[in-house]
Design a binder for this molecule. Structure first.
Ligand SMILES: [Zn+2]
Length: 239
């Protein structure tokens, strides 16, 4: 982070299939956030398929531990219905805590890769419509396309992150996507420590992704929104 000029990182959990692994990850993140409160924030991960009570207890514990959001989750990969009672309990927690929820989205036209799970776009449209008061962050540019081009149609709390962008899209996506939804709807995400440039970097690095972002030619106001204020507002950090 120091080398790349990153002030604060928001750690996202993996969508584990076993609730025990979610708990382990959450404890690990809580420990890191306690040690580096000025540099790190973290989201909690849960496995709703293991039961609503367990997921709610885990989220309450994570909140006490200083975590600040939910995700990355993948109902499709973890095996629960997006309109089921277990996930609804998790979303109710998100409303109560005012926490954003980050969800994995696969591009239906995107590349085949290990662990790929299909995530039908209509599921996210229905979810956003059913839960207009939840801040949803759809990962990986929401599968490459915004849910709605018009920002005035009830999707105002739907955001998109840019995690793993170079593995999925060429650099034109920055301008193309943000011209559609506006700079206030996109959170800069890296998927670090995933190596975004395996063809040119032996180890994961942040600099190349930041350079790609810089080269997209955003205004200073747009850059500030994408790199800092959109996410900071979403997780309740003062900037
Ligand atoms: Zn993902």
């Amino acid at each position: 982070m120091d080398r790349s000029g990153v002030e604060r990182a928001v750690l996202l959990g993996w969508y584990w299939l076993r609730a025990e692994n979610c708990a382990l990850q959450n404890r690990f993140f809580a420990d890191l956030v306690r040690r580096y409160p000025e540099r790190l924030s973290a989201f909690a991960t849960v496995q709703p398929a293991a039961g609503a009570d367990q997921a709610i207890a885990e989220l309450n514990r994570a909140r006490v531990d200083g975590l600040c959001g939910i995700g990355e989750l993948s109902p499709h990969a973890q095996g629960y219905a997006m309109n089921g009672v277990e996930f609804s309990a998790v979303l109710s927690c998100a409303v109560e805590f005012d926490w954003p929820v980050n969800l994995h989205v696969t591009d239906p036209r995107g590349p085949i890769y290990p662990g790929r799970t299909e995530t039908p776009r209509e599921d996210f449209v229905r979810l956003a419509q059913a839960w207009p008061n939840v801040t949803l962050v759809l990962a990986h540019w929401g599968g490459g396309e915004p849910l709605a081009d018009d920002t005035k149609t009830g999707f105002e709390r739907v955001f998109y992150d840019t995690a793993a962008s170079p593995l999925l899209y060429d650099a034109t996506i920055w301008r193309r996507f943000i011209d559609k939804v506006g700079a206030n709807r996109v959170w800069f995400g890296s998927d670090f420590p995933l190596n975004n440039y395996p063809a040119c970097e032996a180890k994961p690095e942040m600099e190349r992704l930041l350079a790609e972002f810089e080269a997209a030619g955003f205004s200073s106001v747009e850059k500030e929104a994408i790199l800092r204020t959109n996410a900071a507002r979403g997780i309740g950090v003062n900037v």
